[in-house]
Write a protein of this length. Structure first.
Length: 143
């Protein structure tokens, strides 16, 4: 693997705080080893690039692309080729696909992780502050 560029490292930290809606949704399903125990990182710097999501153990990169990527298809192809030279597999999804059909996106990622023939988890892990204590009155808690 290539050494991490320090500028990319700094930039990746700020990008983690500014995820798009599609990235936020997908992250809820990838975080905390929900996908078959595989650890994903978000906005991870590698070389001169910042990867939306990567599972280093599975050598799998997941990119979520907005409309600007349609105009930069040639640049994205060069990026994909470089990542493949680093022995990484790259999956690309449009923001719209993630937002409108997260289950299909999860299934493609699940299959790429080698979990073919089984189903990915259906519910994401709760975000910080969700699901703690008796926040859900439907659970019968009476604080």
């Amino acid at each position: 693997m290539t050494r991490i560029n320090q500028a990319a490292k700094k930039n990746s930290r700020s990008l983690r705080r500014e995820l798009t809606d599609a990235e936020q949704l997908l992250w809820r399903h990838l975080r905390m080893r929900q996908m078959g125990g595989c650890k994903f990182r978000r906005q991870h710097p590698l070389g001169r690039y910042i990867l939306d999501f990567v599972c280093l153990e599975a050598a799998l990169v997941v990119e979520v692309d907005g409309g600007q990527h349609a105009e930069n298809a040639e640049r994205d192809q060069g990026r994909t080729e470089w990542l493949e030279q680093q022995e990484l597999r790259v999956l690309r999804f449009w923001n719209n696909d993630v937002l409108k059909d997260i289950e299909s996106v999860k299934q493609v990622i699940w299959n790429a992780l080698g979990k073919v023939g089984t189903e990915p988890p259906s519910q994401p892990s709760p975000l910080k502050g969700e699901g703690d204590g008796c926040a859900d009155l439907a659970l019968g808690c009476d604080d």
